[in-house]
Design a protein around this ligand. Structure first.
Ligand code: IMP
Length: 182
């Protein structure tokens, strides 16, 4: 399978540094809890955290969607519209009541996952809740949700690398690459 680089590691590093600067400015003199959505956001969170110059703690949340996921080849061709019914597979380790929380996600696609997670976390009464998404595919959106911190807006292509997978593969690629749909 021929992969084509869409966003290089240098471009990612520069953009992530800029997002870190924004977060540092927005939360000056405060502390934040960075909540990564497993597994795709792990690499973005680890790079972003090192660009944030305020006290920060980490937590992780895991989700899986109900409904039969198509096989990877189908998902690549047509994308996948889950029903929006999401189930937690791993909850946070710590309470977030009265904390400044930044939910860190790899990609905002239909918006169903982040809408569910946002409502789930808001019910725990954080002081503030912001969303950070490395990638945004606005053309696929089904729910009216936007990120407060967005890395890159991209076209409707299936991308892998820097945490994103195709059938669990390619998460370790340093660049963000397109898998051609042929
Ligand atoms: P949403 O609920 O449709 O916004 O789904 C977001 C999730 O779909 C992400 O966390 C990814 O796991 C997955 N996803 C969406 N687009 C892509 C892609 O281009 N490559 C890899 N995973 C993707």
């Amino acid at each position: 399978m021929e992969l084509k680089i869409l966003i290089s590691r240098q471009e990612i590093a520069e953009r992530v540094a800029a997002l870190g600067t924004e977060i540092t400015r927005d939360f000056a003199q405060e502390s934040v809890v960075l909540v990564g959505v497993l597994k795709g956001a792990a690499i973005f969170l680890s790079d972003l955290a090192r660009q944030v110059q305020v006290n920060a703690t980490f937590d992780f949340i895991g989700v899986s969607s109900y409904g039969a996921r198509p096989n990877p080849a189908e998902e690549l061709q047509h994308g996948w519209d889950s029903t929006g019914e999401v189930r937690l597979t791993k909850d946070l380790d710590q309470p977030i009541a009265d904390k400044n929380v930044i939910l860190v996600e790899d990609i905002l696609d239909t918006g169903l996952t982040l809408t569910y997670l946002k409502n789930n976390l808001l019910a725990r009464k954080p002081r503030t809740l912001r969303l950070a998404a490395l990638l945004d595919k606005p053309s696929r959106r089904k729910m009216p949700i936007r990120a407060d911190y967005t890395g890159f807006t991209i076209p409707d292509e299936f991308v892998v690398g820097y945490g994103l997978d195709y059938a669990e593969l390619y998460r370790n690629l340093p660049d963000i690459c397109i898998i051609p749909r042929e």
